[in-house]
Design a binder for this molecule. Structure first.
Ligand code: IMP
Ligand code: MG
Length: 182
């Protein structure tokens, strides 16, 4: 991966900055505020989806001002720049969520297949409530009708990397968010 401030090359593709880190930070701040209002005085379990949500999760939870437990699950579905539709649970739940309020923290909801899989999986453990918080949301590609409770930013159909999001495992460490430069 080679990097200059505005463009990066990852594997076989060129990317250019689409959302500078300051703008991402602002969106995280706003969504944290909504969650603070929603869960004030409660003690939900925040479940981050690895690996994509790693940065969002750490920036988000530091802005939450109620008591919360933190845990992670790991899913994978993407191959290159396309959702495979084949969702695999790579690391399951290690905390008891029965009767608890749960907030799922995801990097991006695209077709929604991964989230649907995760909702069905977590639902079997009988949480009191299950909410979704995603940093990015692609409404034009979303295939389901379950609500996305908290979406920090809606984007188009473009493939993005950076701030946790990868292109074939690279690019997660970029501070800004980049889009494929065709
Ligand atoms: P879905 O199952 O189609 O909603 O895809 C969700 C998962 O695919 C996310 O958790 C991401 O890991 C990955 N993904 C979806 N869109 C992008 C993107 O634009 N860039 C990087 N990863 C993405
Ligand atoms: Mg993900």
């Amino acid at each position: 991966m080679s990097e200059n401030p505005k463009r990066v090359r990852i594997h076989d593709k060129n990317f250019r900055v689409m959302i500078p880190s300051a703008q991402v930070e602002q969106a995280v701040e706003q969504v944290a505020e909504q969650i603070n209002q929603r869960y004030a005085g409660q003690t939900p379990i925040i479940i981050g989806v690895l690996a994509g949500a790693c940065m969002f999760m750490s920036d988000l939870v530091r802005r939450l001002n109620f008591d919360c437990q933190i845990s992670y699950v790991k899913l994978s579905s993407y191959c290159g720049t396309e959702s495979t539709g084949d969702v695999e649970m790579r690391l399951g739940l290690d905390v008891d969520i029965e009767g608890r309020d749960v907030v799922i923290v995801e990097d991006i909801v695209d077709t929604g297949r991964s989230m649907k899989h995760l909702l069905d999986y977590l639902g079997r453990f009988k949480p009191a409530s299950l909410a979704i918080c995603t940093l990015f949301y692609k409404p034009n590609k979303f295939l389901y009708d379950f609500p996305i409770d908290f979406a920090a930013m809606s984007i188009g159909d473009e493939f993005i990397v950076g701030y946790g999001l990868d292109y074939d495992q690279l690019g997660r460490n970029l501070k800004d968010v980049y889009v494929v430069d065709e």
